[in-house]
Design a protein around this ligand. Structure first.
Ligand code: IPE
Ligand code: IPE
Ligand code: MG
Length: 223
């Protein structure tokens, strides 16, 4: 049975979920944000150590300003409303991605939630915001060069926002692509793609995927 230490999810399909129902795309994001809680609970109950969730990519700034503004607002509300839950449930909140372009208010709320949950150890939740795999690798190499550290596979890995390899990478929403998510860490990840749109996704769906993952023959290039 494979151990599942690091689960990563590309939470895709919010807009299509909303459109199908005649709602605004933004309603899809609102409902999608609620699914996060169920995922965290599943991870805690199944001894998964790290959950990385793709929430906003370095490319998502291309969307209409109104949608980007809505997402930033939703993120702010999410950070504030999760404080008690994360503290009580032992969730250590982290972000991956470059948060420098975010508003001062958002940066403040990120810092508060990180500080409040820094000693928690039941689950590490990485929220990927303004995240791009290429950007992460580029920032890691720049950091190493600034510190005059030797460039090696291991030093690059350690300088990433999240150094841990992904065991299982799930993408909802029916597309078969990485969209610049955790390129380095996904090198030997098992992939699971589902047509289920993110707001419809739940721990029951995830459990089927995880059970399947546990029985996969992971060879890592060996026999
Ligand atoms: C994923 O849902 C959430 C973000 C990228 C912010 P989408 O907004 O990409 O939804 P679809 O893919 O258009 O349905
Ligand atoms: C990937 O979804 C990013 C997130 C889920 C945050 P996108 O909807 O942005 O990806 P593409 O554009 O379909 O590749
Ligand atoms: Mg999408």
């Amino acid at each position: 049975m494979n151990e599942l230490k690091h689960l990563a999810i590309i939470m895709d399909g919010n807009g299509r979920w909303a459109k199908k129902r005649g709602f605004l795309r933004t309603n899809g994001h609102e409902v999608g944000a609620l699914v996060v809680e169920d995922m965290c609970e599943y991870c805690i109950n199944n001894n998964i150590e790290i959950l990385s969730l793709y929430a906003f990519s370095t490319e998502n700034w291309k969307r209409p300003k109104s949608e980007v503004d809505f997402l930033m607002n939703l993120l702010n509300k999410f950070l504030i409303s999760r404080q008690e839950k994360f503290i009580n449930n032992g969730i250590k909140f982290q972000t991956i991605g470059d948060i420098t372009p975010f508003s001062d208010e958002l940066k403040k709320q990120i810092k508060i939630l990180k500080n409040l949950t820094q000693n928690n150890s039941r689950l590490k939740l990485n929220l990927a915001i303004n995240y791009g795999g290429r950007d992460e690798i580029t920032r890691a190499v720049k950091k190493l060069m600034q510190n005059n550290t030797e460039i090696s596979e291991n030093s690059i890995k350690q300088a990433l926002d999240e150094p841990c390899d992904i065991d299982l990478l799930v993408r909802t929403g029916g597309e078969f692509r990485l969209s610049n998510f955790m390129l380095f860490q996904a090198s030997y990840a098992e992939f699971a793609f589902t047509d289920t749109l993110w707001p419809d996704f739940n721990s029951g769906h995830l459990d089927i995927i995880v059970k399947d993952f546990k029985n996969k023959n992971r060879r890592f290039g060996g026999l």
